[in-house]
Design a protein around this ligand. Structure first.
Ligand SMILES: [Zn+2]
Length: 288
């Protein structure tokens, strides 16, 4: 998603927008303030932390009257804040022509030049957007951002770290993998897939895992996320949509969404169980 967003919106100025569902805007309280703050801002670069997308906003360096920000001759654009997005369960960001008929679940629209639009569509309405203005630390405003564990691709996410984080807990490994304070960014699909690749049952208790299993799990999670990024990237290049990373990956999934279908490795029907309210898919033969 981040790669796709950078391809289409980097350096683009937000001309305006429309908030169709005010509650999607988690901050500021008023949707009008949200839009007024974004208008005239340029999207510099999208970043990602866990499942949060964070766009760095810039505005012309000449400070507005009465502002304490000193006028900078260069660069022409000065850091102005952050636009935060969390898609949650069903959120999608679409890069469209502005005259594309409105989708039923359109929540927020941001308008750009050349009649282009970044449209936030979200059926289940759990998705959120934040505008953090000025030099404030976004994690002070964006709920959950400050509590995230290490990124899976970071050096900090070592087998030793994971062993310590899972520790002697008497909770299932699947539940632990979804805990964003342990690993940032692992979702239901990727957790199921990583557990399959590592040969670990989702309902194993953390305390019962060997160091070898934990090391395998760490490697599998990194692999699954890398594959998913590549799968998503091929669609993003079409510029039709900057959504669908999960969808693309799910077509090639080992176990996710395949309950009752034969395991791609051994042919045993893929099983499903509920853990902490989420569906877990696994092969009872390949995963122990
Ligand atoms: Zn199997």
């Amino acid at each position: 998603m981040r790669l796709g967003l950078n391809q289409v919106t980097s350096g683009q100025e937000i001309l305006g927008g429309d908030v169709l569902r005010p509650r999607t805007i988690a901050h500021p309280v008023s949707a009008g303030d949200f839009l007024a703050g974004l208008q005239g801002a340029t999207l510099a670069q999208w970043h990602r932390r866990g499942k949060y997308l964070l766009a760095e906003l810039c505005k012309p360096a000449s400070a507005p009257e009465g502002s304490a920000v000193p006028r900078q001759p260069l660069p022409h654009l000065a850091k102005a804040g952050w636009l935060g997005v969390h898609l949650r369960m069903t959120g999608q960001l679409l890069w469209l022509d502005r005259d594309t008929p409105l989708h039923k679940h359109t929540r927020v629209r941001l308008f750009f030049t050349d009649n282009r639009e970044l449209r936030f569509v979200d059926q289940r309405t759990f998705g959120q957007m934040w505008l953090v203005w000025g030099a404030a630390d976004p994690s002070a405003t964006i709920s959950g951002l400050g509590q995230l564990g290490p990124e899976p691709f970071s050096a900090e996410f070592s087998a030793q770290y994971l062993a310590k984080a899972l520790g002697h807990r008497r909770r299932t490994v699947k539940t632990a993998l979804l805990d964003q304070s342990i690993i940032a960014g692992a979702g239901n699909i990727y957790a199921d897939e990583a557990l399959f690749k590592a040969g670990v049952r989702p309902d194993s208790l953390c305390a019962d895992l060997s160091l070898e299993q934990i090391a395998k799990l760490r490697e599998a999670l990194i692999e699954v996320l890398q594959e998913a990024i590549i799968a998503g990237g091929s669609t993003i290049r079409n510029f039709v949509s900057v959504a669908g990373v999960n969808g693309n990956y799910a077509g090639a999934a080992w176990v996710y969404g395949r309950a009752g279908l034969p395991c791609r490795v051994c042919g045993t029907p893929v099983d499903r169980l509920k853990l902490a309210g989420r569906s877990s898919h696994f092969c009872p033969q390949c995963q122990k």
